[in-house]
Design a protein around this ligand. Sequence first.
Ligand code: SF4
Ligand code: SF4
Length: 434
Amino acid sequence: MNKTIEEIFDFKATTDACVKCGKCIPVCTIHQINPDEVTSPRGFIELLGAYKGGHLELDKNAKNIFESCFLCTNCVDVCPNTLPTDMIIEEVRADIAQKYGIAPFKRAFFWLLRHRWAMDWFSKLGYVFKSCALANDEKDRGLIAKYNLPMIKKGRLLPSMVSTSFLNKYQEHIIPPQKPKQRVAIFIGCLANYNYRGIGDSLVYILERLGIEIFIPKKQLCCGAPAYFTGDMSSVEYMTKKNIAYFESFIDEYDALIIPEATCSAMIKEDWERFFANHAMPEWEMRAKKLMPKIFMATDWLYKHTSLQELLALEGQTFDEAVTYHDPCHARKVQGVFKEPRALIAQNYPMVEMSDPNRCCGFGGVTMQTEKFEWATLAGKPKAAMIEQTKAHYVSAECSACRVQLSQAMNEAGVETIFKNPIELIAKALGREE
Ligand code: SF4
Ligand code: SF4
């Protein structure tokens, strides 16, 4: 029988290891917009220790507090003891899900993510009915109360869906005319698959220009990140195990599995192993670990393992339109990827740094984007302002969650900067027509 999380992970040791130095507090995304000790990493750790020690009930107030963390990992980055505040909050959300259940709209969403065929149909419907996506405020309030639906406010930008997903658009194997020196597989991520297909189209275009053989594994499922951040551990277990068994069937034949999405990549590279370790599944932990050396964020692999930079220098078109780069939390802080996308973009576009590219955009996950959207809105405002200050034509980040959040924040603030994934900018420089 699997051990419980308490038997595996010593919450008391984590609480005791917090030296209360407060270094994490100024960088904490929720504390920046709700300056209260209870919504700070130090406060979360203290409350978690009390809860696990049996001194705090997991009531609605505690639930609300634990759901206010953006999981941005800023605190882990600066903590002298590298305390995994984000991870222990992810785990306590599983207790919250058990006690209070998961809202029906979230359960329906995770069910769709578990069943690719159903999500494909949902995407087609979403494409047909996209003009109905924005309803009026009064109607929304009624729907929210009646069906516990996510908040859809007037003026809210929801990414529209494509009629044919990236995975359905292409054949499984794309073989270059000349014998390829390298072979890669693509993990696309749900937002790039169903909403921002230009990312995958651009990645295929770049790989073809480099003469690299491409494999598009059709049976890939969601990486599990939306469910993990919400505490739906059974969905995480289902999706991760399916994906691992599938990846094992082809990974030895390819140089890399590349991902143009920071959150999916961080989930696969960091959280899969951590999830199995925390839930005492050592065999799966080992199987996840074995895959890791071949998994890369797309810009990281393209920069380090291909001649893309030379190709951009020799054949790329140069543009006057400036680009400012936002560092997704799951790219820079979790995977150390920040120089690589900048170096590739800078080959063909002038770059201008915003005042704090490392500040979290405020996406925060499914709960933050629906039930706690006011906080996501507040967290997005300073980011929109610093993007506007740069006067850049484009803002770029290798993360579609950041794209959803920053597009919304810029729209609310009237900022006209256009969001592009670095892969899209690179493909444009190589001549891809949008
Ligand atoms: S993960 Fe981010 S929002 Fe959550 S406690 Fe740490 S710094 Fe604060
Ligand atoms: S930085 Fe680390 S040790 Fe210091 S208060 Fe924050 S969580 Fe505790």
